[in-house]
Design a protein around this ligand. Sequence first.
Ligand SMILES: *Cc1c(COP(=O)(O)O)cnc(C)c1O
Length: 213
Amino acid sequence: MSVSGNLQKILAELGSVQLVAVTKYAAPEQMQELLDAGYFTLGENKVQSARQKAEQYRQYPVQWHLLGHLQTNKARQAVQIFELIQSIDSEKIAAAVARAAAQINKRQKILVQVNIGREPQKSGAAPEQLGALLEYCARRPELQTLGLMALAPDLLDREQTRPYFREMKELFDCYSVQYGLEILSLGMSGDYSVAVQEGANMVRIGSKLFTGE
Ligand SMILES: *Cc1c(COP(=O)(O)O)cnc(C)c1O
């Protein structure tokens, strides 16, 4: 199916759940098809590639989301490009983003990323550090913390992701009132149905959108 066909199908399935179209592997013609279809909430996992695409497609009203790990030396570029930085995972990076945002008089929207599978190769705050990190971000007026993001471990059986998403929903419910959290960003092409069933209200989909799988 075409990109716009895949898009319509996914949007219909998601209903009120927000879709971030992940363009990191999209070919230029696929990018163009997505933009021609009028979809402008796009995710990239590297500052550099988002910067190139933001430049290339600057005539479109794209809202870029950063999904990958952010290094402090890229914070200045990041606040210039991204509507939402989904991958804040330490006080150090939160402080760097806050400083960079202050310099351009921006209030930067962020999500705090949680390493819900406690996987050493993945970034994200440990669940037990989440409260302290949310408190730290809440004290920085240049940051607007909108919610939480996580990736489930890459399990072969998607049903096995369910407990991780469920635990994320519990953390979200635990902190949402105190910190005014609205967004729970969980689920990718392979596991978004489970994530939505468990309470995600934002999903990040790449391969299913561009290859149908
Ligand atoms: C690449 C990526 C996605 C999308 O993955 P697909 O399997 O292609 O849907 C979602 N979230 C993050 C953090 C990613 O890096």
